[in-house]
Design a protein around this ligand. Structure first.
Ligand code: ZN
Ligand code: ZN
Length: 746
């Protein structure tokens, strides 16, 4: 249909024009707090400053951005901003490889990645973005650490870490090679016991579990996000009962097999159970338990066939009267948490393996489970729940992290740094090499004065795991940039937080389950402590969408496999709108997106055709119909009615439902269908009347305007360009959704 007078689709020119216009009118600035206007906070994931934006980021942000633009298009006030997760191993390894201070590496990455995301046209409020390794930000971690410490939710314990003697450093698990050797020197790695700081998530396991049903009922949590929370919890239902030992002591034991208590043959106890030491009182047993805790087993297999099992030499009396030997083993933790369980080899495959190893005889599994022999065996058993999730270590022996605000004084012991002295600054000139701990070797950092007595003291040289930073990373987007420097107590009291929280939707990768779980935990802690008391249910996220990865040939993308898709290259070839639309179109968010160029080509062709067709019709309208003076036949009125009152409204209704439920793949398909119908309309009219009369041309242009509106969240640059070409206004954050008017009241 091209008449040669209109411009070809040039995505680079269109996108440059639109992005300049958005900057000019400050389109994505967070709107002011207006209580009666529907408003929502959409939280994208916080990317690691790992070097480049990869295609997985593009998928994640394309979903979140489409949703943010859709909500703005309907007139809602949207907060859409994120911070870089800049501490931790990815940055440290990048800095080691580049031989530069991690702070330089991080700032370079953040700048580069911001440029990539801007080129893609994502509608973040960049004024609210931040880098978690900036002192003004990591003081959040320090403040939170002190606050949780006071509440007893951060505590000191001992834990096992991988240690390389040659490099004099602790290693992250990814730095230990499969054979148990060091990634750097390939020397042997052993486990050592170190004092560590723990976060007590166990305090909120039951509430996190109980509130999961509300999450599910809300319909705003997708199935992948809900499942991830259940996996982290690791809930096991069963019964518990108290069993007496010979000496008058009792022990509460758990089993998921309530109907087989009579078949119990032994008892297994976690080494982390509060009573483990009491049960290992025999000196010979105590030595074994000590060895177990210092980690001998962690390097070996964790299978039931080989995992250590320590005989305490003591027994408990079963309800049947049988004496059950008590054994301590880490096997319990991975299955039921830090608890005590009955060993029922006739019911449980793992218990069967243990029974054979211990030489304990048992009846082969019965065909029909018998409800005990008489009622006596289960008397006293009550319904109970156990969770696999347990407290995690928040400290790391690494130099690129938030300094832990603790000093050690010979006179006063362990002293928290007073809040008004925060932040404890991380020296920026450290250069990690993979050996030692540069922070611990820096005298001017280590040596300090005790805040309590003023005497000499040493700083804690462990830093916080970047997972700890993630506990608060979802909050600062709610803080206006001008308030960022306020004391944290004042920040947390801002009306902005009450306005934007809870966050309406998190959009993140399906590997974010632990982050979200711990964010839910710390929200409940801060609710109970006070600052987030306005979140009565302690839930930071009203909704949650977890998307799967982008893979290639059925495998994870990796440089090693040479199957990495480079988003920059795709944008250079096709433009941002095509790339964004293709990742939305190719798969439902909850499914892995197996990369193929066909989705890109399909979307590119579609956008090209929409552009060409619209431009051609506009050119036709501008020149006027060649037969304008001829009386119009108008045998196609029914077609026009169909287009404007059935096909277009149907597409609007379906696409609205798709966008509300973040089913953008379906939205794209519906728009492709609508475009087919628009072309079909023209074809049918021409077949009848051999020309497009003014009424039909108007109808066509109106349908195209609707299409441009619906495309707004999905291909925002092209959509707004066509919207303007169709004679509509550009203003605000977004082309309005059909039926929505942005008219400012006079
Ligand atoms: Zn080494
Ligand atoms: Zn002191």
């Amino acid at each position: 249909m091209s008449d040669g007078t209109h411009t070809r689709y040039d995505p680079h020119a269109v996108e440059a024009r639109r992005q300049a216009a958005w900057r000019e009118r400050d389109a994505f600035r967070t709107p002011p707090l207006v209580e009666h206007q529907p408003h929502l906070y959409i939280k994208p994931s916080a990317p690691f400053t790992s070097g480049n934006v990869h295609i997985g980021h593009v998928r994640s942000y394309s979903i979140g951005d489409a949703y943010a633009r859709f909500r703005r298009a309907r007139g809602d006030a949207v907060l859409f901003a994120f911070g870089f997760d800049a501490f931790g191993l990815p940055a440290e390894l990048g800095a080691i490889a580049g031989g530069e201070p991690p702070s330089d590496w991080v700032n370079r990455c953040a700048t580069h990645m911001t440029g990539q995301l801007e080129r893609l046209g994502f509608s973040f409020d960049w004024e609210r973005s931040f880098v978690s390794s900036d002192a003004i930000m990591y003081r959040w971690s320090q403040w939170l650490f002190l606050t949780l410490l006071e509440a007893g939710l951060v505590y000191r314990g001992t834990g096992n870490v991988d240690w390389c003697e040659h490099c004099q450093t602790t290693l992250a698990s990814v730095q230990v090679e499969p054979g148990g050797t060091c990634w750097r020197c390939h020397g042997p790695v052993r486990l050592i016991e170190l004092p560590q700081w723990y976060l007590k998530i166990s305090a909120y396991l039951e509430e996190n579990d109980a509130r999961l049903a509300e999450r599910a009922a809300s319909g705003l949590w997708d199935e992948v996000a809900l499942a991830s929370q259940e996996i982290v919890l690791g809930r096991v239902d069963g019964v518990e009962l108290d069993l007496p030992a010979g000496d008058g002591a009792t022990l509460t034991v758990f089993t998921p097999h309530a109907d087989a208590i009579g078949e119990a043959r032994f008892v297994l106890m976690s080494a982390r159970h509060a009573d483990a030491d009491a049960w290992a009182s025999d000196p010979r047993v105590a030595v074994q338990l000590e060895q177990l805790r210092s980690g001998g087993w962690e390097r070996s297999s964790r299978e039931a066939e080989t995992i250590p099992v320590i005989d305490t030499g003591r027994t408990l009396a079963a309800p049947t009267g049988a004496q059950l030997p008590v054994h301590i083993t880490p096997l319990v933790d991975a299955r039921f948490g830090a608890t005590v369980v009955l060993g029922i080899p006739s019911r449980d495959r793992t218990d069967e393996v243990i029974a054979r190893r211990l030489g304990i005889e048992f009846e082969p599994p019965a065909d029909v489970p018998v409800e005990g022999d008489g009622a006596a065996p289960v008397t006293g058993a009550t319904a109970a729940v156990r969770y696999r999730a347990f407290d995690w270590v928040v400290s790391r022996q690494r130099s690129w992290g938030t300094p832990i605000p603790i000093v050690y004084c010979e006179r006063c012991g362990t002293v928290p740094v007073p809040r008004e002295q925060l932040p404890v600054l991380l020296p920026l000139d450290i250069r990690p090499t993979g050996t030692g701990n540069p922070l611990a070797e820096l005298d001017e950092f280590v040596n300090t004065t005790c805040p309590s007595c003023g005497g000499p003291a040493r700083r804690e040289t462990d830093t916080l795991d970047c997972h700890f930073d993630a506990l608060w990373l979802w909050l600062p987007a709610c803080v206006p940039p001008e308030a960022r420097g306020l004391p944290l107590e004042e920040i947390l009291a801002l009306a902005d937080l009450r306005h934007w929280l809870p966050c309406e939707r998190v959009v993140a990768g399906s590997d974010s389950g632990n982050f979200v779980f711990d964010q839910r935990t710390v929200t409940k802690a801060l609710r109970d402590i006070g600052p987030l008391g306005f979140l009565a249910d302690g839930e930071p996220f009203a909704g949650c969408l977890f998307h799967e990865m982008v893979i290639s040939d059925g495998r994870k993308m990796s440089k090693h496999l040479g199957n990495v898709v480079d988003p920059d290259e795709l944008v250079r070839r096709y433009g941002a709108d095509t790339v964004r639309m293709a990742v939305l179109y190719a798969a439902r968010p909850q499914r892995s997106l197996n990369w193929s160029d066909s989705a890109v080509l399909r979307c590119h062709r579609f956008l090209n055709q929409v552009w060409d067709f619209t431009q051609a019709k506009l050119a036709q309208a501008a020149t006027g119909s060649p037969d304008a003076n001829e009386p119009e036949k108008d045998t196609s009125e029914h077609l026009r009615v169909k287009l404007l009152t059935q096909w277009c409204p149907n597409a609007v209704e379906r696409t609205t439902a798709d966008m509300e439920s973040l089913e953008m793949h379906s939205a794209v398909r519906n728009l492709m269908r609508l475009f087919d119908r628009i072309k079909d309309f023209e074809k049918k009219v021409l077949a009848r009347e051999h020309l497009l009369g003014p009424a039909n041309l108007d109808a066509l242009l109106e349908a195209l305007a609707t299409l441009a509106q619906l495309l707004g969240p999905l291909a925002p640059h092209l959509a707004e360009e066509l919207w303007i070409a169709l004679g509509r206004d550009e203003h605000g954050a977004q082309t309005p959704w059909p039926g929505v008017s942005f008219e400012v009241p006079a």
